[in-house]
Design a protein around this ligand. Sequence first.
Ligand code: ZN
Length: 71
Amino acid sequence: MYKCKNCGNTEKFIGIVSEKGNAIIYQHDPPKNNKSNCSWIYHLSGNCWKYKIKVQQCACCKSTKIEKLNK
Ligand SMILES: [Zn+2]
């Protein structure tokens, strides 16, 4: 769990996520007025799924002073 030291935000951050594992991948063209950038959908396949999350910045106040909390 992460927390912004500046504004106390605990919900939304900017950072990098990388995932790796087995998946079933569906490709589709998003509708022209679709505001989301979702152009790929995948279903997880099997239990072998690895991910890394690197939180860099608070999405609310743009502070980079992010504290990592233990749950
Ligand atoms: Zn903040």
